[in-house]
Design a protein around this ligand. Structure first.
Ligand SMILES: [Zn+2]
Ligand SMILES: [Zn+2]
Length: 101
């Protein structure tokens, strides 16, 4: 997991969602795989949406290395919140997981 930027520790909603993400991953160590997967994915979506809505200026720049998702968003949805959600995932997930959605 990357170290989240400082603003995610000072924003109460970010901090709460980050804690929920850690909980979901930790539960996955003991719970059945599908439960861990659902919980972690749900929190990831909530956190990415919150970042796109509330912290748009802190969302990273589009991936410039041929990311297929960014290429698709650039064609279809250049101002869209969904592109910001995709980019926001890189703030709190390892790159290979962040780019899955
Ligand atoms: Zn926040
Ligand atoms: Zn991308």
């Amino acid at each position: 997991m990357p170290t989240p930027p400082p603003f995610m520790r000072t924003c109460p909603q970010c901090a709460e969602l980050l804690a929920g993400l850690v909980d979901a991953f930790l539960q996955g160590l003991t719970a059945p795989l599908h439960a861990e997967h659902d919980g972690a994915v749900r929190v990831q979506i909530l956190l990415a949406r919150h970042l796109a809505d509330v912290h748009p200026d802190d969302v990273p720049a589009p991936h410039s290395d041929g990311c297929p998702a960014c290429a698709r968003f650039e064609r279809l949805d250049s101002e869209g919140v969904f592109w910001r959600e995709h980019l926001a995932r890189g703030l709190f997930l390892p790159d290979e997981i962040a780019r899955l959605m």
